[in-house]
Design a protein around this ligand. Structure first.
Ligand code: NAP
Length: 521
């Protein structure tokens, strides 16, 4: 706790016993969302904010997911900030390293790194009603803020499987999002648990290198072709020098992707077209009928995230790779035992079992107006927010990438920028109207969520016959946006203060600085 802070934020260093540092706005997390908001605030000329980031660099999920084969499923020209287009993307679908370099470059170009405090793990965020401020505890000391923006994202907390004996495994083991690059898998007997988006990239990337690979599949995923290729020199020149060419390319990708929501959310029978393509792919890429049967999904395509890969089926068809569909009964010191009693020896275990999405441990750290944590509130009502950004009982707290703003088919960066518009306008409104607190009205939040769940009723996510991480423990889809993304952009264009209960700054104290002066801590 007493570690010297090496940030260059202009606020006092944190050390044991020193007073909490104050910033008007504190952003937690510096992935594409938190970083994007920081850039917007700087563009607005604001200097009164800080970004607390638990890692030692920007990038969030793209910093953390360094597993072999990691790449984006959304084309590069759409998976980038609208204010920082990149004519230099090397291929149509970027790989992790290139995306991370892009994020680092943008953070430097926009000169926001001096507003960051890295290696700063936030452990508690508690509302102080008397001071109308958030009190934040972190591994880099304490902070207070008039407004907090949580930009930690949904895919940040690895979920480890609760399998008997997993703790007793003696070989090398790690989660896909915490890849151990020191572990040499060459020639080893390796097991991968899970067949989601991460696994289907890892398996082909390591299949050739390892001695033997067992892929433990609980549910077979649907796979579509990946139209990935390097850009030619001519295309690079066009992206760079022909005015509007890159924007046009981006718009075309956006439009093509946007049409998918019609089948996913509104009229699932339309997804049959995708299923036909996926089945043709299965037939051509998995010649062995027994293996094909194993890897053929048993639910409507789109119910879980549709995956794109050209090398997964060839990888699992290799002689040194087995797809194991019997459930895992137990993990032992050097082996995995399946429910049919078969024991397979392994040297290394890779856990590609996803993330805590609807039950993020970060929800336990946030304590709202009535003393309840966000986890407790969500336990009652499910993961709910208003426009994915604000939650009743949590005044002056905004979320980027909150409930129901997720997407499976197009760029999250588009949704992030919509939310940045909303939150940046909220901060401007708070200042302009001299507001002390803003808290979304319960009735408004409820009506918003009733409408969301009505829209989701016919979706493939609820009717496609699968169990996915999109659903919370109440069976509601509380992660995905069920409409066109341009509708969300329209809804978040401006901060609708009328949807919020507000209090104004006490005229006796004039401003917040005075307010703090009379508040005892
Ligand atoms: P995921 O999609 O949640 O997949 C987890 C896998 O682990 C599933 O196959 C799941 O099986 C299996 N699993 C979970 N618990 C298990 C258990 N106890 N025993 C056996 N199997 C178990 O996680 P992910 O692959 O890390 O992907 C998460 C999300 O990250 C993606 O949906 C996507 O949004 C994002 N992502 C994107 C990319 C990309 O753009 N290319 C790449 C990676 C990740 P069930 O299906 O039966 O639950």
């Amino acid at each position: 706790m007493s570690r010297k802070v090496t940030d260059n934020t202009g606020v006092a260093d944190a050390a044991e016993g020193t007073p909490a540092r104050h910033a008007k706005t504190i952003i937690i997390g510096s992935g594409l969302a938190g970083l994007g908001l920081a850039i917007r605030l700087s563009q607005q000329g604001r200097t009164d904010y800080l970004v607390l980031e638990r890692g030692s660099d920007v990038g969030g999920t793209w910093r953390d997911n360094t597993y072999p084969g990691a790449a984006c499923d959304v084309p590069s020209h759409l998976y980038s900030y609208s204010f920082a287009l990149n004519p230099d993307w090397s291929r149509s679908f970027s790989r992790q390293g290139e995306i991370q370099q892009y994020i680092q470059k943008v953070s430097k170009q926009h000169r926001v790194l001096d507003k960051h405090i890295f290696d700063c793990d936030v452990t508690s965020v508690r509302w102080n009603a008397e001071a109308s401020q958030w009190e934040i505890k972190s591994t880099q000391g304490e902070f207070t803020a008039d407004t907090v923006v949580s930009a930690v994202g949904a895919l940040c907390e690895p979920a480890l499987p609760d399998i008997k004996g997993i703790d007793t495994f003696e070989g090398e083991t790690f989660h896909s999002a915490r890849w151990n690059h020191d572990a040499d898998l060459t020639g080893k007997r390796v097991a991968v648990i899970g067949t989601g988006a991460s696994s289907i990239q890892i398996v082909p990337a390591i299949a050739e290198q390892v001695g033997h690979l067992d892929v433990y599949q609980r549910t077979a995923p649907w796979l579509l072709p990946r139209f990935d290729r390097p850009y030619t020199k001519l295309e690079h020149l066009a992206f760079k020098h022909i005015p509007g060419f890159q924007r046009l390319s981006r718009a075309a990708i956006y439009a093509a992707r946007e049409t998918q929501v019609v089948g996913l959310a509104k009229f699932p029978p339309l997804m049959r077209g995708f299923e036909l393509i996926a089945k043709a792919k299965l037939r051509s890429e998995v010649p062995d009928p027994e293996l094909r049967k194993k890897v053929t999904p048993n639910f409507r395509i789109g119910c879980k995230r549709m995956l794109i890969s050209n090398n997964y089926y060839p990888a699992v068809s290799r002689d040194n790779v087995d797809v194991v569909t019997e459930g895992i009964a137990e993990i032992r010191a050097n082996s995995i035992v399946t429910e049919d009693g078969t024991e397979r020896e392994i040297d290394a275990l890779i856990v590609a079992t996803g993330f805590h999405v609807t039950d993020s441990p970060t929800y336990n750290a946030i304590v709202g107006r009535d003393g309840r944590t966000l986890a407790e509130v969500f336990d009652d009502i499910g993961q709910q927010a208003y426009k994915g950004a604000s939650i009743a009982n949590f005044p002056n707290l905004f979320f980027l990438l909150g409930p129901n703003v997720g997407l499976g088919h197009t760029s999250m960066v588009y949704m992030i920028e919509s939310q940045i518009n909303y939150v940046a306008d909220a901060l401007r409104t708070i200042e302009k109207k001299n507001l002390r607190t803003v808290e979304v009205r319960r009735g408004v939040q409820d009506a918003f969520n009733t409408d969301l769940q009505r829209k989701l009723r016919n979706s493939v996510w609820l009717n496609g016959g699968c169990a996915s991480w999109y659903l919370d423990k109440h069976g509601n889809n509380t992660t995905l946006w069920p409409d066109f993304t341009f509708q969300f952009r329209r809804l978040t264009k401006e901060f609708d203060v009328a949807a919020y209960n507000t209090t104004t700054i006490d005229p006796d104290h004039g401003n917040r600085a005075d307010l703090k002066a009379v508040t005892t801590r």
